[in-house]
Write a protein that binds this ligand. Structure first.
Ligand SMILES: Cc1cc2nc3c(=O)[nH]c(=O)nc-3n(C[C@H](O)[C@H](O)[C@H](O)COP(=O)(O)O)c2cc1C
Length: 200
């Protein structure tokens, strides 16, 4: 099984990356493959509302990383969306990514790419807007027939400068618990899928 994380921070290996890696530690322990894509240094262009993706199985815009990441997403068993709080919301790159991902899935409904997959979101904030940011990412999962994983607290941690999130012990614990809950759900769903395939 594999979990793909998309980190939409403008800062490579910053606080959002720390949170994702903390979730990954639990997945690694359980033998689940992980990969983090960091959008830092790249710009994801917004949706052009051209609807040309209908029946095309991907966005038709080619000049950024979207197509490659979207394809990886369709192959993963679990998806983590990670964004720092920017002006009390997701980053512009995450917004652009989710606009296009939502339209492509809507225009290619018969593919059912994300049905029964597991989704989790994480965010890093200096002080305010974390819940709104998480909600914006949950909205994507909730229209894809996916299962969204919770934790012992909302999946956020506080910090401003790179590495600050390591000082937020409660935030890190929340991430570890999120990782363990993902493991539980991923294996439960795998068992169900295996049984279905055997005709039980
Ligand atoms: C453009 C921009 C806007 C931000 N807006 C907020 C905000 O509204 N609320 C907040 O708590 N932190 C805000 N921050 C701070 C970041 O959320 C915080 O530094 C976070 O730890 C960055 O995570 P990263 O290291 O993964 O980039 C903002 C940072 C930037 C660059």
């Amino acid at each position: 099984m594999k979990v793909l994380a998309i980190n939409a921070s403008a800062r490579k290996d910053g606080n959002t990356a720390i949170l994702i890696n903390t979730v990954f530690e639990e997945l690694d322990k359980a033998g689940i493959e992980t990969e983090m894509v960091q959008l830092s240094g790249n710009t994801i262009k917004p949706c052009r509302a051209c609807w040309a993706c209908s029946g095309q199985k991907n966005c038709v815009q080619k000049k950024d990383l979207f197509q490659e990441i979207f394809e990886k997403m369709t192959r993963a068993d679990g998806i983590i969306l990670g964004s720092p709080v920017y002006t009390a919301n997701i980053s512009a790159n995450m917004q652009a990514f989710l606009e296009r991902a939502s339209v492509v899935t809507d225009m290619n409904r018969e593919e059912n790419w994300f049905r029964y997959k597991v989704g989790a979101a994480v965010t890093a904030a200096r002080r305010g807007g974390a819940l709104n940011t998480l909600d914006a990412m949950y909205h994507f999962f909730m229209l894809q027939n996916m299962f969204v994983v919770g934790s012992s607290y909302w999946a956020m941690a506080y910090g401003q400068m790179p590495g600050d999130a390591c000082k937020d012990e409660e935030g890190l614990d929340t991430m570890r618990n999120l990782g363990r809950n993902m493991v539980y759900l991923l294996y439960a769903l795998k068992e169900r899928k295996d049984k279905n395939e055997k005709g039980h």
